[in-house]
Design a protein around this ligand. Sequence first.
Ligand code: SF4
Ligand code: SF4
Length: 424
Amino acid sequence: MRQLKFIAIAALFLLPVLAGGAAEMRFPPPDFQTAYKIPDLYVPPSASSNGMWDAIILFLALAATTWMVFKARSRKGLFILSIFSLAYFGFYRTGCICPVGSTQNVMAAVFLPDVGVSVAVLSFFVMPLLFSLFFGRVFCASVCPLGAMQELVAIAPIRISPALDRTLGLGRYVYLGLAVLGVATGSGFFICRYDPFVGIYRLGHSYGMIMAGAVILLLGVFVARPYCRFLCPYGILLGWMSRFAKWHLDIPPSPCVNCRLCENSCPYNAIDMPTPAHLVENPEIGKKRIRGLVFASPVIILIGAVAGWSMYEPLSRIHPTVTLSERIAAEDAGLVTGDTLESRTFRAGGQTTAQLNAEAMGIRDKFKTGGAWLGGFLGLIISLKLIGLSTVPKREIYTPHKETCFSCGRCYPYCPVEAVPKRA
Ligand code: SF4
Ligand code: SF4
């Protein structure tokens, strides 16, 4: 009995070897009769084990940043951590895996059948969100390589008007909506495809993307973190989580004395100031305005959905099959001269133009539904923003805005309450 057990276990371990041997016998290498030699088999290192190490390092970096933000309250420490994150997650790991891009992997697993998501990618998506839920956007403070790169170049930041800031900030919602639409319709992963910094991390990319990265960094010298504030789709999710943060960074470590010294210290317009007396109004007036906007919201959402639906044709051009079908039609009609790599490849394949057009039509139909969802989502966001702006909350002290504050610590040194215990 014991011997049988031993043979069974040994067979289990030897099974792959035996299977390999059987495969070799079933598929002997061909005799080429030329000088050609079959190249050695290259087995790449396991991506998942790298991913798990990255996830552990991400956790440690988030924990260290949280400590710097809450306990050490050190802008210098956060700056050093930013350099580490940029070096490791940016240049060494070439920006992949990245929580910003992982949003699309998670969306693909939600929307597309037969698509899964690895534990490492899922942990990259979830971990910064969980930290945000408890401690605010510590990921943005010094762990995100995209944020770190922008933070390091923001050496002469100016403050733009809050109204312009908010308007440009709507770009993030459009980008998030387009990214979801791109994944749900199988058009591609836009966040990764148009990551402006990946060309810099990898020291090579298309000319256009390297130029885009350079322009954003140049702009970021004066308008701090333009990608984070006006484009980053993951920042929206982090901001939503941070709104409910159990603990959040405060400018003074003890009660604010309203000295106004930190008033202009935040280049991100993320400090909520005490409400001026002339703006304080009867709460009933604010409530009335909110009621009006709540009733108007379904109309705004509907207008958005109809506008999105009607945009299905231009939107569908983000799908390569639709652009190919239009290109083939234009070439056949003599509207364009020459061909492209895609059109040449199509003509060399077995698919007919009618089949391609039918496929493109099916994709356009998907964009009707997707466009309506995108428009409705943007309508909802505009309604919520209007509701948020319709009341003037009464504030008495300077506090970081939980959703927009990057926990960067730039405002720490401006606060005299902060300085006292350090000098003591
Ligand atoms: S806003 Fe986006 S890009 Fe900026 S630091 Fe946060 S996650 Fe990174
Ligand atoms: S910690 Fe927040 S409030 Fe302070 S400067 Fe940074 S983003 Fe602004």
